[in-house]
Design a protein around this ligand. Structure first.
Ligand code: IMP
Length: 190
């Protein structure tokens, strides 16, 4: 990790402990039920891979790939499905696994699409939540940490496709993106 560019907010050890706790909560909640974990490329691939091994009941896993409409740094929430789920979710308990919930617009849009497919339930599990940024009425059912309005990288989260591999959850230092034009700055997603 390049500590000239990031400040560590949550260490790998803390992440491991938190993922275990989330796994236990999810195990309790879905005990005796079928559970489908739904991941969105590339959003939560690291978190989902850790979480699935912390859950102590049988699970199925499926993925969607989406792309946002419009300028990449402004989240309207409206998305285009590039790769759909492999199987029907009708009658299933779906747990959407997200790295970070920011405005909530993307999840609002995706859950609306999924609800039309008649699942038994849809819940949301996120590692990070930025509640101060929320626009849509989305509330994660399972959440690792609430964070302030900072730009976060690492543990799967990127800035311009970099830093995803950092094992800690970090704040990207403003000096990394200052001086760039508006489109290239960390997202103002409102
Ligand atoms: P929302 O529609 O505003 O909730 O956007 C959620 C998506 O924006 C997340 O899944 C991330 O891909 C991205 N995002 C939001 N905040 C950050 C951040 O601090 N760092 C990296 N990506 C972020």
């Amino acid at each position: 990790m390049n500590l000239n560019e990031v400040d560590i907010l949550i260490t790998p050890q803390e992440i491991r402990a938190k993922v275990q706790t989330l796994g236990q909560e999810i195990t309790r909640e879905y005990s005796g039920k079928d559970l489908l974990l739904l991941g969105i490329f590339k959003i939560a691939f690291i978190f989902l891979a850790d979480l699935v091994r912390a859950i102590d009941i049988p699970v199925q896993i499926d993925f969607m790939d989406i792309s946002s409409y419009g300028p990449s740094t402004v989240s309207s929430g409206e998305v285009r499905i590039i790769k759909d789920l492999d199987a029907s979710i009708k009658g299933k308990n779906v747990l959407l696994v997200e790295d970070i919930v920011d405005t909530g617009l993307t999840l609002k849009y995706i859950t609306a699409i999924l609800h039309k497919r008649e699942p038994e339930s849809i819940k949301i599990c996120c590692m990070l939540d930025k509640p101060s940024r929320r626009i849509a009425d989305i509330k994660p059912d399972f959440c690792g940490y609430a964070v302030e309005d900072r730009f976060i990288v690492g543990y799967g989260l990127d800035y311009r496709e970099n830093y995803r591999e950092y094992p800690a959850i970090c704040e990207l230092k403003p000096c990394v993106y200052q001086g760039r034009n508006d489109k290239e700055q960390p997202p103002d997603k409102s």
